[in-house]
Design a protein around this ligand. Structure first.
Ligand code: HEC
Ligand code: HEC
Length: 264
């Protein structure tokens, strides 16, 4: 039974070739010179929307984050009091996340880092994943790093997280029994339900998706990919998705940060 290749994915040749349902996908890699942003696969009008800081709807969240960044907590501290009036101390920070938090030894993504600062330095409650406030602050911090090449550290305590993310990337899942790699390494450039499959980099996120009519985190995008193969998406902030974020960031090394990106 060709469980791997039902209906919707018939145009994906990786799928038709890999018709034995439970074979482990080969650990194919993108060649370094072949790494391309998802931007290069978009229609020109979507690219134009991303490029225009006035029309790009993601700037609603950047502006919200900018305001929150300057808002003092009850202890008198705003993000800006420690990180600079224009966030200058964070000019490239987002390009180096996820990263290990030295105090806890845990991997944190940029959302997690912002929440740690709120708790440790502002004595505030953490913000919920996908709340406009957390999206806003994340958008602002990512925007400060726009154009900076992605580069994460996968040594030391980060290494096992990286490997966990890599394993997830090459594991088949869902009713369609497809691994991330089968779409984003083996089938990029092919059409799928009106989309051109990209290489699956996270450099545009947090970003605005026309399909969402809203802004969302990279984990929201990952949840959509898992749902797309009819797998149960993981919880927001789960260790596994953080590990996948680290794997994706390393895989995209050198690609410029684009957030706030615009995607279909
Ligand atoms: C059935 C094919 C398929 C599978 C399997 C799949 N994706 Fe995707 N993915 C897509 C499509 C289609 C899009 C939207 C168009 C594109 O590729 O940017 C997308 C988009 C993305 C994006 C956003 C790229 C951008 O520039 O906006 C990321 C990141 C991503 N996928 C990661 C993953 C990860 C990680 C997995 C495994 C957990 C995965 N995908 C599994 C088809 C797939
Ligand atoms: C009282 C000072 C203080 C405040 C207020 C503060 N931070 Fe921080 N922030 C730090 C320190 C110190 C670090 C280094 C890690 C640590 O000790 O937690 C840090 C680290 C960071 C980093 C990671 C920087 C890197 O290069 O890895 C980001 C991003 C960040 N903060 C964002 C924010 C945001 C957004 C706010 C407001 C919601 C905020 N911080 C509030 C002191 C502060």
């Amino acid at each position: 039974m060709m469980r791997a290749c039902l209906l919707a994915f018939l145009t994906v040749t990786a799928c038709t070739e890999a018709s034995a349902p439970d074979t482990t996908p080969e650990r194919t890699r993108l060649a370094p010179g072949e790494i391309r942003s998802g931007y290069t696969f978009l229609q020109p009008q979507t690219q134009a929307l991303q490029d225009d800081d006035f029309a790009n709807p993601g700037f609603l969240w950047v502006d919200r984050g900018d305001a929150l960044f300057h808002e003092a907590a009850a202890n008198g501290k705003s993000c800006a009091s420690c990180h600079g009036e224009e966030g200058e101390e964070l000019a490239s920070a987002a390009a180096h996340y996820p990263a290990i938090d030295e105090d806890s030894g845990e991997l944190v993504n940029i959302e997690g880092r912002i929440n740690l600062c709120r708790a440790r330095h502002q004595e505030r409650e953490p913000l919920d994943y996908e709340s406009d406030d957390l999206l806003g602050l994340t958008a602002y911090v990512a925007y400060l790093a726009r154009g900076v090449p992605m580069s994460v550290d996968i040594s030391g305590a980060a290494q096992s997280w990286y490997e966990k993310g890599e394993d997830y990337f090459y594991t088949r899942r869902g009713q369609f029994n497809l691994a991330c790699s089968q779409c984003h390494n083996e089938s990029w450039g092919k059409k799928l339900r009106g989309d051109t499959i990209s290489q699956g980099h996270g450099n545009a996120f947090p970003g605005y998706r026309l399909e969402w009519q809203s802004f969302g985190s990279l984990q929201r995008r990952l949840r959509d990919c898992d749902s797309g193969v009819r797998a149960e998406p993981l919880d927001y902030g789960s260790d596994t998705y953080k590990a996948v974020e680290l794997y994706l960031a390393k895989r995209a090394e050198g690609l410029a940060m684009e957030s706030p990106g615009v995607r279909r």
